[in-house]
Design a protein around this ligand. Structure first.
Ligand code: FMN
Ligand code: SF4
Ligand code: SF4
Length: 313
């Protein structure tokens, strides 16, 4: 099925670390089998500059959101240059199901651009949004996700897989629906706030937001990060904040889950962790979990003793 043995250009995005764990597992196994994999962070990449070698392959990895994926990821995909027959695979992490709005439209979009969709896999990982649990309670799900990632890497190496065209929504329909979904995400993002006592003004959230929704770009000691109208609810700022200072009162946005500590995410997207205050030691201890009903009332945040820190802190 797949005569490609050249470099794999793997474009990925991860809000809270699940997709990054899967990407790292797949990459390790492909590299152990002698394949070259170039990891490229989607939010740092110019889609027009994507180049796939004649014997290479395009890889895509991202989370499912609202039954599909984030609009900024679709925009990246829409701007990909012509594929000229290059093979492509995709892996999407999700908490439950993708409502048929991913495999089919993505396949159609890639085919329209001249790529050859070979294999897609949806991998269940812990929820980072609705009904999310602390990392410590997610071991079983993470283990299954890791096994699924390894199985997918094996399929890629043995030219197996497949890209079913099932799904209820075509790429054309999804493109028309997207602005409505995006408005909902934007609106939910307006409910983000940084707690002035906890925030150290380190600037990490500003730097990591994939859609430059957090300002000002350089935080003065007196300024708190402000959240604009472009949020896509990827949860990255909430998860990566070393001080656990960002709160959201958006429905379902518990904002406590992260699969990896902030420094690991920074390193993966090739930003120097030394430029930011990312360790738990350097930051104030995280506040306890606050139910959504209370999360607007920031005065209810009480710092717990250091022993009650979460495992990813
Ligand atoms: C705004 C938002 C919407 C989501 N929508 C879905 C969904 O429709 N279906 C699903 O199974 N999981 C959904 N999830 C859960 C994530 O897809 C899942 O936890 C994923 O592994 C997160 O990956 P990441 O850690 O790489 O960001 C959603 C998460 C967020 C933040
Ligand atoms: S990452 Fe957290 S501590 Fe750093 S500026 Fe943003 S809200 Fe403040
Ligand atoms: S503001 Fe936070 S949740 Fe919204 S897009 Fe930026 S990083 Fe993601």
């Amino acid at each position: 099925m797949n005569p490609c043995h050249g470099p794999i250009e793997l474009y990925w995005f991860s809000g809270t670390g699940n997709t990054l764990l899967v990407v790292q597992r797949i990459t390790d196994l492909l590299q152990a089998a002698g394949r070259t994999v170039h990891l490229r962070a989607i939010e740092m990449a110019d889609p027009a500059e994507v180049r796939i070698a004649a014997d290479g392959m395009l890889g895509l990895a991202f989370p499912v959101a609202m039954g599909s994926t984030y609009p900024f990821i679709w925009r990246f995909l829409e701007k990909l240059p012509p594929g000229n027959g290059a093979p492509a695979f995709a892996v999407a992490t999700l908490a439950g199901f993708a409502a048929g709005m991913l495999a089919r439209p993505l396949r159609q979009l890639l085919e329209a651009k001249g790529y050859r969709p070979l294999a897609i896999r949806q991998i269940r990982m812990p929820s980072n949004y609705l009904a999310s649990k602390p990392l410590a309670a997610c071991g079983k799900r993470l283990g299954k996700g890791d096994a699924a990632a390894a199985a997918f890497a094996d399929q890629l190496l043995h030219d197996k897989g497949g890209w079913p065209g099932w799904g209820c929504v075509s790429w054309n329909l999804l493109r028309r629906l997207m602005p409505h979904g995006e408005r909902l995400l934007n609106r939910a993002g307006r409910k983000f706030q940084a707690n002035s006592e906890l925030c150290t003004r380190c600037g990490l959230c500003v730097r990591l937001c994939p859609v430059q929704n957090i300002t000002p770009p350089a935080l003065a000691a007196t300024r708190l990060p402000e959240f604009g109208p472009r949020c896509q609810q990827c949860q990255r700022c909430i998860a990566a904040c070393p001080a656990r200072a960002i709160r959201s009162s958006a429905p379902g946005a518990h904002g406590r889950y992260r699969a990896l500590p902030p420094a690991a995410l920074l390193r993966a997207i090739e930003l120097d962790p030394a430029g930011f205050q990312t360790t738990a030691e350097a930051a104030p201890p995280p506040p306890p979990f606050v139910p959504i009903s209370q999360s607007l009332n920031l005065s209810t945040l009480v710092r717990p003793p250091p022993s009650s820190r979460g495992p990813a802190g």
